[in-house]
Design a protein around this ligand. Structure first.
Ligand code: CP
Ligand code: NVA
Length: 310
């Protein structure tokens, strides 16, 4: 279904494609643990373009393509001409002559879209200022592992900045039928167009999507809670202001006391202890959070296997 396609946003996926990614990821995880090789991308190359820092994305994509029989080439924009004036449309057309897939982490979503327009190989969004689809698909796989395969009707609470994670959670929850409440300060809401699109998608699954101000209102009876840094990559100049605005938008013991007793906590990492999450909460949910980090590998292997296969 996804063969030859790009993965730029969860919103673009059909319901079947969405399910296929999660099912393939779960299968590849099981097969890896059982020692069953799956070299479906033997001889293929993934170009990995990074305009921002990364620990998880870089290592999980490079390891993932290797486990599928192929190779990844790490390209920092500090080193390639893209970072020094060569246009996106030229870079995309050149790389597509050499490689079988392109993964990009950058600032503008429009840059990833331009790559996809000019490269006739699959392009995977590995984080933009607007979206982080690989991470949220991973988080949905993690939710399935802890809460059961059918996520419909689950209550999800996101506490903090209406950033790329919040936007992608809206898309992911809408597709999965998860009720999603985002608690954020005024002026830091998720993208209005993303919210409108997600509400359209939610009509098919019955997911309710809400934006509120009070973290406790979002957390009340929630099955899954998540947060992310108050200051995303590229916003460092706003850090001081943000640290004031986001006071109280923290997952801590008090907030968890109003959530469901069996609630789990997710964090895409890197985490800033004492800011968006407390040390004790992060450490008491470390099993879930590091499963989530591991699941980047399995989910991205599924995305590469499905989009880049012959
Ligand atoms: N969560 C995530 O995308 O981590 P990295 O920035 O380390 O890739
Ligand atoms: N919102 C964060 C996510 C990091 C994985 C950022 O964009 O920096």
């Amino acid at each position: 279904m996804l063969k030859g396609k790009d993965l730029l946003s969860i919103h673009d996926l059909s319901q079947d494609e969405f399910t296929e990614i999660l099912e393939t990821a779960a299968r590849l995880k099981m097969e890896l643990k059982a020692g069953i090789p799956y070299p479906i991308l033997k001889g293929k190359t993934l170009a990995m373009i990074f305009e921002k820092s990364s620990t998880r994305t870089r290592v999980s994509f490079q390891t993932g393509i290797f486990q599928l029989g192929g190779q990844g080439i790490f390209l920092s924009t500090r080193d390639i001409h893209l970072g020094h004036g060569e246009p996106v449309k030229d870079t995309a057309r050149v790389l597509a002559r050499y490689v079988d897939g392109i993964m990009i982490r950058t600032f503008a979503q429009s840059e990833v879209e331009e790559f996809a327009k000019y490269a006739d190989v699959p392009v995977i969004n590995a984080l933009t200022d607007l979206l982080h689809p690989c991470q949220v698909l991973t988080d949905l796989l993690t939710m399935q592992e802890y809460k059961g395969k059918d996520l419909k009707g689950l209550h999800f609470a996101y506490i903090g900045d209406g950033n790329n994670m919040a936007n992608s959670y809206l898309y992911g929850c809408a597709k999965a039928g998860i009720h999603c409440t985002i608690a954020c300060p005024e002026g830091y809401e998720p993208d209005a167009q993303v919210l409108a699109n997600a509400k359209e998608d939610a009509k098919a699954t019955g997911a309710e999507l809400k934006i509120v101000r009070d973290p406790a209102e979002a957390a009340k009876d929630a099955d899954v809670l998540a947060t992310d840094t108050w200051t995303s990559m590229g916003e460092e100049a706003e850090r001081e202001v943000r640290e004031k605005v986001f006071q109280g938008y923290q997952i801590n013991k008090d907030l968890l006391s109003v959530a469901d007793k069996k609630a789990i906590v997710l964090h895409c990492l890197p985490a800033y202890r004492g800011k968006e999450i407390t040390e004790d909460v992060l450490e008491s949910y470390a099993n879930v959070i590091f499963d989530e980090a591991e699941n980047r590998l399995h989910t991205q292997k599924a995305i590469m296997a499905l989009t880049m296969c012959d």
